[in-house]
Design a protein around this ligand. Structure first.
Ligand SMILES: Cc1ncc(COP(=O)(O)O)c(C=O)c1O
Length: 346
């Protein structure tokens, strides 16, 4: 047990105050730490590190993309204070867009399906964003669905369309930040890069950068069971997807922010495995991340089994577990969906 006398040593009380004052919350986007994870992994196997993207200001990796695309558009004269920005979101992009819009004096509007949790909708609204709720069952091309609704509102009103699913700037934001950070943080010793694919922007941008630095580096994409990405990446086959519960990754449509040429391997993970692994990592490593981070941790375990012991695996933990207290961190919900037995649902 730490005593009051050795607390100074624990927190390293040496003066380190030079980088702790910022002019804007936007200065805190990126430069997230890599933290070793051990949950579910062999003690003697390769080392694995999680890049803690939930330490971005709004709690997810989407801050990078929103900040990059908006500030680039402002620099290029495509956006100015007072203008309106729109996109569709399943939650995280909405808060990121809200934060960035607040700082640049923009109005933000997002469309989101009814299934988005109330906590996420309230969080988006707290940044002053207008939220339009669309029917969950509407498919991608449906004009009433959240994707097409955002596109047509942008067009009709001449609003700036962020269009994260198709924007090359989404990929570029991770090529410019996430990729170089991982390379520099590991002094170029990273051997495997692992990330979930939602729009594909994170994976494509970071993997593109890392492969340019070391063509032998293996880039592994993570897809939830039910999503169509894995079959498309493996055999260019477009399958009929089915619903899944892991949020933020997977898709029922292929969009332009995914660059399949930088994928070496794709790993499919079930909701049950993803959620249970997220819970395990919280208890073993003290890192409480979302269900998609659990999926990434499952993929890391599979890669570690066949990788040499001197490998260095880096995985993206895209958002915070606190967003899922009513879902994968809720025992009743986990049991109701068959993800844990009754005995564990206390
Ligand atoms: C919750 C969440 N948001 C976003 C992402 C990254 O998605 P994208 O492919 O859109 O960059 C992930 C990927 O793991 C995720 O889990």
């Amino acid at each position: 047990m730490a005593t009051i006398f050795n607390m100074a040593a624990i927190f390293s009380m040496e003066s380190k105050n030079k980088d702790v004052m910022y002019e804007s919350i936007l200065d805190l986007i990126g430069n997230t730490p890599l933290v070793r994870i051990k949950g579910g992994l062999e003690e003697t196997g390769p080392k694995a590190y999680a890049k803690l993207e939930f330490l971005n200001p709004t709690g997810s990796i989407k801050d990078r993309m929103a900040y990059y695309i908006i500030s680039k558009a402002i620099k290029e004269g495509k956006l100015a204070p007072g203008d309106t920005v729109i996109d569709n979101t399943s939650g995280n992009t909405g808060s990121s867009l809200g934060m960035v819009a607040a700082l640049f004096g923009l109005k933000a509007i997002v469309t989101t399906p009814e299934k988005t949790s109330q906590e996420k909708i309230d969080l988006i609204k707290s940044y002053g964003v207008e939220v339009i709720i669309t029917p969950t069952e509407a498919v991608h091309e449906d004009p009433e669905g959240c994707y097409m609704m955002a596109r047509s509102l942008a067009k009709e009103n001449s609003w700036f369309d962020l269009d994260q699913y198709n924007s090359p700037d989404n990929i570029e934001s991770h090529y410019a930040s996430t990729g170089p950070e991982i390379w520099n943080q590991t002094d170029g010793t990273v051997t495997h890069f692992v990330a979930g694919i939602g729009t594909g922007g994170t994976f494509s941008g970071a993997a593109r950068y890392l492969k340019e630095m070391n063509p032998d580096l293996k880039c592994v994409a993570v897809d939830p069971e039910g999503s169509i990405f894995a079959d498309y990446i493996k055999d260019k086959k477009l399958i009929e997807g089915h619903t899944y519960m892991t949020e933020g990754i997977g898709s029922d449509v292929i969009t332009k922010a995914l660059d399949t040429t930088v994928v070496d391997q794709v790993v499919t993970v079930s909701d049950k495995d993803a959620f249970n692994r997220a819970r395990l990592i919280t208890r073993i490593d003290g890192i409480c991340a979302g269900g998609s981070s659990g999926a990434v941790a499952c993929a890391i375990e599979r890669i570690a089994k066949s990788a040499s012991n001197d490998s260095m695996i880096v995985g993206i933990f895209a958002d915070a577990g606190i967003r899922y207290m009513s879902k994968c961190y809720n025992d009743t919900w986990m049991h109701k969906h068959g993800y844990i037995p009754q005995a564990e649902a206390k």
